[in-house]
Design a protein around this ligand. Structure first.
Ligand code: CTP
Ligand code: ZN
Length: 151
């Protein structure tokens, strides 16, 4: 067993690896995981990494996160790798990349946008208009947002 293993392997679920050191809590916040869902979550912070110097790791038991769900963490963890684990084996591995479309998750910064209307606000939709660095436009009012404005 690797000497770097601080938290045991998981049987099934998602391991978010190579998170920049200190960002694990921000990753959980963006994913909307509070710890009150009853799912098992393991956090590893500031462990040694050959690639990053130090890194954080988040392990989520029993839940397979999709690229759509996790891509948004690229705002705080662009280096993250997502590992889907089944029966103790990594069966899928992918890097996060900024999402093309983000729906219903973040608020538009324009106070007069229809998505911020006090009654029956519309669900927000942002489209990526530039990849590097990521830039998003509100589908309703056209306001531009950097990824860091959204999260
Ligand atoms: N992992 C886990 N439980 C498992 C399998 C893997 O918690 N049953 C974790 C490992 O501890 C590691 C991550 O998932 O943090 C990726 O596992 P693996 O691909 O085996 O590790 P590496 O080859 O080191 O990954 P990479 O090449 O992405 O650095
Ligand atoms: Zn808007």
């Amino acid at each position: 067993m690797s000497k770097e293993l601080v938290v045991s392997k998981i049987e099934s679920g998602t391991v978010i690896d190579h998170i920049p050191a200190g960002r694990a809590l921000a990753v959980l916040r963006i994913l909307g995981i509070t710890g009150r869902e009853g799912i098992t979550v393991a956090l590893v912070m500031n462990v040694e990494s050959r690639k990053l110097g130090r890194k954080d790791i988040v392990k989520i038991g029993g839940r397979e996160l999709t690229p759509e769900e996790v891509n948004i963490i690229s705002a705080v963890a662009p280096t993250a790798t997502i590992n889907i684990v089944r029966n103790f084996e990594v069966v899928k591995k992918f890097r996060v990349s900024p999402p093309e479309v983000v729906r219903g998750r973040f608020k538009c910064k324009n106070p007069t946008c229809i998505t911020n209307a006090p009654r029956e606000p519309a669900v927000t939709v942002f489209h990526m208009v530039r990849k590097e660095p990521p830039l998003f436009v509100c589908a309703y009012c056209g306001r531009y947002h950097e990824l860091s404005d959204l999260v």
